[in-house]
Write a protein of this length. Sequence first.
Lengths: 462, 244
Amino acid sequence: MTTDKLAGWGRIFQPGREKLSEDLASLTKGAVLCRGLGRSYGDSALPPADRPVVATTTLADRILDFDPETGRLRGEAGVSIAQLNRRLLPRGFFVPVTPGTQYVTLGGAVAADVHGKNHHVAGCFGEHVSRMKMRVASGDIVTTSADENVDLHRATIGGMGLTGHILEVEVAMQKIRSPWISQHTRRVDDIDEYIDGLKDAAGKYPFTMGWIDCLTQGKHMGRGILMAGDWADPSEAPKRYPKPLPTLPMPFELPSFVLGPLSIKAFNFAYYWKHLPRTMSGITHWQTFFYPLDMISDWNRMYGPRGFTQYQCVLPDSSGPGAARRVLSVLTKLGGASFLCVIKDCGPEGRGMLSFPTKGISIALDIPVRDDTQALVDALNEKVLEEGGRIYLAKDSYTRPEHFRAMEPRLDAFMEVRRKWDPETRIRSAQSVRLFGDRDTSPREAAPRRPSGNTTTQASAR
Amino acid sequence: MKAVILGATKGMGRSLARAMAARGDELFLLGRDVADLERSAADLAADGARPAGVARADLEDPSTFGAALDSAEATLGGIDTVVVTAALFTTQDKLEADPALCARLLTVDFTNTVLFCEEARKRLLARGGGTLCVFSSVAGERGRKPIFLYGAAKAGLSSYLEGLDHRFSGEGLRVVTVKPGFVRTASTHGLKEPPFAGNPDDVAKRVLGAMDRGAPVVYAPAAWGPIMATIRALPRAVMRRVAF
């Protein structure tokens, strides 16, 4: 009997426990799901209720091969981007795509097909993955690439770990000209100016992103700070190496009432006006530029015991101008509060069958869990559906199956590949049970039978 | 350093090997599974160093020790440091329930580890000295209720290492006995965590410092030093009544 609990980054706990080992091949035999560093916000790295054990990959963290001529790297699935930054940035290499935290594993980066500030030029992580080694549901270990088991390769990228257990990943690291970032930021007055600014910056910089205040209604809705940057030219970069910055601990949870609409409004106001000059430029540390939230370890504790959910959607260009404003109006009309609202312009859809981004605008919101959170997510989803958009599974905990199905015409093709490689649905997650109705249909997993048929023995057996 | 490491593929050994490789020490890895050793050697080379050599040595089979250390000496051109982190660990319940497992653990963690250290120290002394760094445990400080079988093996090991230090420190042998408290590894995963639990990377940093200084005993995390001093001082009547 286990009273262990697991959660996603949103700290909404469910029963479950982790198994760990350096030997990932053995650990994944018969496993229902793998888990990396647990930064997905919702229930995608949580096990199904009927088999509450996940195979956590984080101890399988060796770099198996690195070619400094080509940048090609092969690593065990538990290698983290943080480790790659620590060890390979001094050698002049950076990951081709990084999400907003460096605490994700290679396996997780593939499974969520993560994207970053350079999505408009570099696409998602999966675009840069040449080969993978996986253990599929049958128990076999197979290789996937653009030439081998192509359907499995494409389904696994963005496949939330549901197609098989990733053991090794081969990815192309990028040679960079200096380890410092040249950053330019601009204060913008409203969401339309923000989005125009984003598109303008996209033509000039490989890294663009920004933060907006989505709580202020009316004319100034979506005022914010736009950020753009590139690796600094060696001539303008400091000669010293940018050593890793210390992190501040967040050792306790804040009570739920601390982060509410009023305090968040106050934060937004202060953050916006801190950027007093209209534009600012300078050399920045890579950690500050790419990973501002990582600076506070366990920052998710700020949301208190009820936790929070992230809502991230992408609105395609076809939805027309003003789509972002329309979606944010739903949030403000329902009195929802988001501490961080990040808006990013995305490039074309990636090769992953369920890969999230598509050409358009991505909006990411943090929503503290309250009694009306389900209703709020429903309303946002309805609006996103109207606009022809979709949500990001790596963030989701509340989307209803019918909404997801309506948003995802690609779902049937994905499920077909899953069925081919896992006809009995031996691999599933709390999220796939919730969204796809997954049930294990393999005969040996029927109601537990004890040889003695003695109920007393059954009850006392561990 | 030119160091041989037995146990670099997992846990604290992996962290220590990484810390040593990152600062440029030349390494040679010993272990049971050569393919796994090669994966670890490749990982250690990712920082830009030359890949470490590997050879098979099994703590369950002392006949493998000599050849493995020969191989290390030949490849590195002499060794000045030997590190042992490898050991068997399991819970008191399992050891009490399975005498064969118990015999195996006691043999590996005490007898065979001592035999390996004997091989190692003879070679180091033949070259005029060096550092022998061996991972024992706080479990060896006192026979404690929840862990005294594993603890007994480590107690024997700690005593041997102390004797080695007394006898050979004058001849250039620096014996570093590492006594980790509770450290979060695959071995301890799932066990109830006490206060002052440590992480392998922090332990590695601390041990590296101790090796450089030649400190004879190092507790990691540091808090376990004062904790064990207190526990050592408790009368038997108290130890009979506490749960730890």
